[in-house]
Design a protein around this ligand. Structure first.
Ligand SMILES: [Zn+2]
Length: 182
């Protein structure tokens, strides 16, 4: 555990106290210079912004892992829009099949509106298994620091949109170890 060290007062702080400290998860030096409620939450937990973000996401995963889309350790949100400018991945086609332990295991969907929440850190990937795979040539590739995505081929009819997915009645265990309850 590390102590909070108050940062030297700057005009933008308007008398408010801001602190620097060491993240107890990753060991990086960090500052609580973020908007509320993130600021208070991260400081109280002694986490940096990134670890705090994934720590919050851990709680969401504990509750909703079976209905989330995790492919090769990265989080996705497949939307239902098929027209319009503001679609994820520029409206390109992505075919997805859900696998165990997903509540949708065995079902396939096509989205033209795929969003990504980024790759989970290793500790979260170790805790939560993938729930889906890309089909028909879709994949994430890496160009230097930047992730990019290749869409699915258009050779076959699209599968039903994500809104047509039907969750199984029995929920799967939320964690790989099957241990922790939320
Ligand atoms: Zn951290």
């Amino acid at each position: 555990m590390t102590d909070l060290l108050q940062i030297e007062q700057q005009p933008w702080m308007r008398g408010e106290a801001y602190y620097r400290y060491t993240c107890t998860n990753c060991g990086e030096e960090t500052k609580d210079t973020y908007v509320e409620p993130v600021r208070t939450n991260m400081r109280n937990a002694r986490l940096c912004y990134t670890c705090n973000h994934w720590n919050d996401f851990d709680k969401q995963l504990a509750a909703e892992h079976g209905k989330m889309t995790i492919i090769a350790g990265a989080i996705y949100t497949p939307g239902n829009k098929t027209t319009g400018q503001f679609r994820g991945m520029a409206g390109r086609r992505f075919d997805i099949e859900y696998i165990e332990p997903s509540a949708y295991a065995g079902q396939r969907t096509t989205t033209f509106d795929l969003w990504t929440g980024g790759a989970m850190p290793d500790w979260l990937q170790g805790k939560y298994a993938d729930t889906a795979v890309f089909l028909n040539g879709a994949e994430r590739c890496q160009v230097g620091e930047t992730g990019c995505w290749n869409p699915s081929e258009n050779k076959t009819e699209p599968y039903p949109l994500p809104i047509k997915l039907v969750a199984k009645a029995t929920a799967s265990t939320p964690t790989r170890e099957g241990g922790e309850a939320a």
